[in-house]
Design a protein around this ligand. Sequence first.
Ligand code: BES
Ligand code: MN
Ligand code: ZN
Length: 472
Amino acid sequence: MEIKFCSEINGSNLILVMSKKVLSPELMRLDVEGKLAKIVEMQPFEGKFGEVLHIPGCGKYDNVWLIGANETKSYVKLGALITRVLMGRKLDACIWIEDANKQVVQDVLSGMMLRDYVFDAYKKVADKQRFLIENLCVANDVGISDDEVASLKFEADTVKFARDVVNKAPCCIYPETLANHYYNMLSPLGVKVQILKGEQIKDMGLLCAVGKASCNEPYVVVMEWNGGEGQPVALVGKGVTYDSGGLSLKSPNNMEKMKSDMSGSAVVAAVIANAAKNKYAKNVVGIVGLVENMVSGNSYKPDDVVISRAGKSIEINNTDAEGRLVLADILDYVQEKYSPFAIVDLATLTGSIIVALGHVYAGLFSNNDALASALMKHGQKTNEPLWRLPLHSAFIEAMNSPIADMKNCASGSIGAGSSTAAAFLQAFIKQGTQWAHLDIAGVSFLDYEDFASTQGATGFGIRLLNDWLKNY
Ligand code: BES
Ligand code: MN
Ligand code: ZN
């Protein structure tokens, strides 16, 4: 989709976003024969958010779509709705948004681009439901530059990159291939990418234990965007390319879709790409632990005790609580090597977060109120909302082991599965480091399509973190 700005509403296909049943003066001027006014008067269109009225052959126009926008909570969603409505058509269109400002237009454009996604890599006959607006003319003069449009388009492309690697089958995406995808995407942008494996990561006892049963060896990818001075922000991603549960094997129902257990890593790679593309004048380091949690004669076992990179001994009591093990070692690595002033990790960490927050909010855990509220604010703004949940000493105590420094899974009736997982991670955060953990298990992958998103991987977190990084 090529996006241009035009000084007035023109062309033969119009998308008019309006909040009431009444035509505004701009539209009255277009509607010389009064045809549009008459139709709007007759039809049940009130301008409420989500309402769509399609008028084919309206006067000199081939198509007019009226899109309701009253009480719009997210213009990104509104943009996505427009794409959903127009999907499968091949046309040039002109869009005009009543009472728009710069942010509104940017959000609508983002939404339109984000919803323009179909994953059909494995279909013999490519999906016909493609959005085919070739040229979009925006008739709102709100001062958006070509560079800003390019940056929005790049962001949408990185979201689609992340969705693609998550949606791909785990026979194609395993630690080595995923590391290569990240390398190939990031290095042309000037990001320094290190791919670590084997000897280089042998001190990461927990991460290696998780990966032990797989014939695909673990990888760690470190991505540096060095655009400024001083201590970096670190972004840390869980990259379990398949989570069978290991010997604590998942049931068939729970195992399905566990190809998406590397979503956090894809978000990290995408955010680093945006930092580089937009040349943020700050330092950002991304690190992802890529492993496959499988079953074999060489599996790590419940009852094993494993020494973490940080030196703590961990009693394994559930091999399906593997994400926290992977994260613990890379959190330790990134703190030792880069001394970040703040860390945000993203992980599809617990099923419990879905019980608490469904597929709407990601869970947020943080040791720093300012960081937590900043992330929540940007989540609100980008329509990737976060809900803060507690850290508490009781949750750390629940991880005490009778035989080792900690165990990896709280047992008994303590409950709060997402908080105990977060508490485990917190034990690997050094004093004085701001840290936030986003549990994205409920929001990274959707079984259903709704008007704002396609079925499958979402890329949740990318736009939120881009917005946060740009503004902190
Ligand atoms: N990858 C899963 C969490 C998950 C569940 C992600 C559903 C996406 C959708 C994680 O590794 C896991 O298995 N967590 C366990 C933890 C438990 C053993 C303490 C869970 O949530 O059941
Ligand atoms: Mn698991
Ligand atoms: Zn997992």
